[in-house]
Write a protein that binds this ligand. Sequence first.
Ligand code: FAD
Ligand code: NAI
Length: 475
Amino acid sequence: MSKQFDVVVIGGGPGGYIAAIRAAQLGFNTACIDEWKNDKGGPAPGGTCTNVGCIPSKALLQSSEYFEHAGHSFGDHGIGLKDLSIDVAKMLGRKDAVVKQNNEGILYLFKKNKVTFFHGRGAFLRVGDAGYDVQVTGATEEVISGKHIILATGSNPRALPGAAFDEDKVLSNDGALRIGAVPKRLGVIGSGVIGLEMGSVWRRLGADVTVLEGLPTFLGAVDQQIAKEAHKAFTKQGLKIELGVKIDKVTSGKSSVTVTYANAKGEATKLEVDRLIVSIGRVPNTIGLNPEAVGLKLDERGAIVVDDHCRTNLPNVWAVGDVVRGPMLAHKAEEEGVAVAERIAGQHPHVNFNTVPWVIYTSPEIAWVGQTEQQLKAEGREFKAGTFPFLANGRARAMGDTTGMVKMLADAKTDEILGVHIVGPFASELIAEAVVAMEFRASSEDIARICHAHPSLSESTKEAALAVDKRTLNF
Ligand code: FAD
Ligand code: NAI
């Protein structure tokens, strides 16, 4: 007799582990299966985000930013340092320790919430008597059965045709987080989120970084006023960004990699680098899930087809996170995971995609929520815009970090906030106020009338709101 559960979650990344915890909180007998292994072969729940994504990348961004400050801006504060050096092995060790803390934290949360954890791969076996039978293969080998199944199997990096990842010279996000020594020359294909974050890490540590982007526009999904400001800052820092290229081929030599491509003018060009990061997007992952066994429907991209409520084509089978449509973000996966557990319990939650914030953790940081100016124009919607530069903010000046601005877009008639776009210090934290405002359908005047602490970066959000009505006080 197989073990019976009310809810079986396959995948223990942010979508899966959060869904499992919420389901258990709601009183369901819940199991979570995750196959990620740590370097000793033990369980490492947390998925891409914890193991090779959000967490380790932010650990390296922090370390490399401290290094850059020590080398370039401490002097302005009168702090003198001699013989500045970077111990890459130690920096990577610290990152690994942060990852381990998070893995262990999730195992602890499973115990605390009475979620049964299986370390191994989960695959559909058949439609069973009491739901679905799932074969677990790995450290534990058994068949378990779930009345409800939540699929949260995540995504994998997309390789360039003809240039498979070897994680030595041609690197995915995984290898990009494990480079053992600062490369002299680093190439990056794709100036998206990973390309900019990982390119920034290794540039700060001393690599000569060239980013090759296929599209003619830099950060096309970002409000273009913000993207232009960010492009200016990255270029000033020494990141070389070539737009509108067409990659021809990637050839790995003994100690280097050569990228042959046509530049924006169509001229044949070569770039020789010591390491190459390929960050051209990610693909939904259903490898080993055996969807055919139960007739689970996938789309042409390999994503599991779901409706607005994360229901698949099968009764009581749900899917969340990177393996379904929508932005590939950890917090989006988590929101969907919670919502599915609550729907199984008969509740009526709602995930508002329009208020899912985006953050790029470069320096300056880029963060936004809602619609961009380009989107509003394309829709023909009338809007008012207000911007406020950090240059005019007292706290930013005191910090010595005045790059960027806050930009607010509001409906021309109702004044409802339609989008907030930030490039600058702590944009990742500042965006939370905008998300709350938009969730409560606030107007720009609401933000303009709220008291913000002085001196704080958040005063720039208030000033941007005042700017919507052309009445900034400090600019
Ligand atoms: P995943 O995190 O991919 O988890 C899926 C899990 O399922 C994995 O552990 C996998 O091993 C397991 N699995 C798959 N198939 C099976 C199976 N058949 N049986 C058992 N287990 C299985 N997002 C942000 O919001 N902020 C960031 O700062 C950020 N930084 C990122 C940096 C990088 C370098 C990368 C690559 C991504 C980053 N992301 C970030 C994106 C974020 O990591 C993903 O959106 C998020 O991890 C998706 O969560 P998920 O639960 O859907 O899938
Ligand atoms: P991305 O979609 O952000 O960027 C990919 C870039 O590669 C795009 O600019 C695209 O035009 C370009 N590109 C695609 N094919 C190309 C080609 N053949 N030649 C040259 N350029 C090409 O994807 P990325 O950076 O791989 O990240 C994947 C996802 O992971 C992100 O979309 C995001 O959802 C998530 N992520 C989120 C982070 C965050 O929230 N801070 C950090 C890192 C990743």
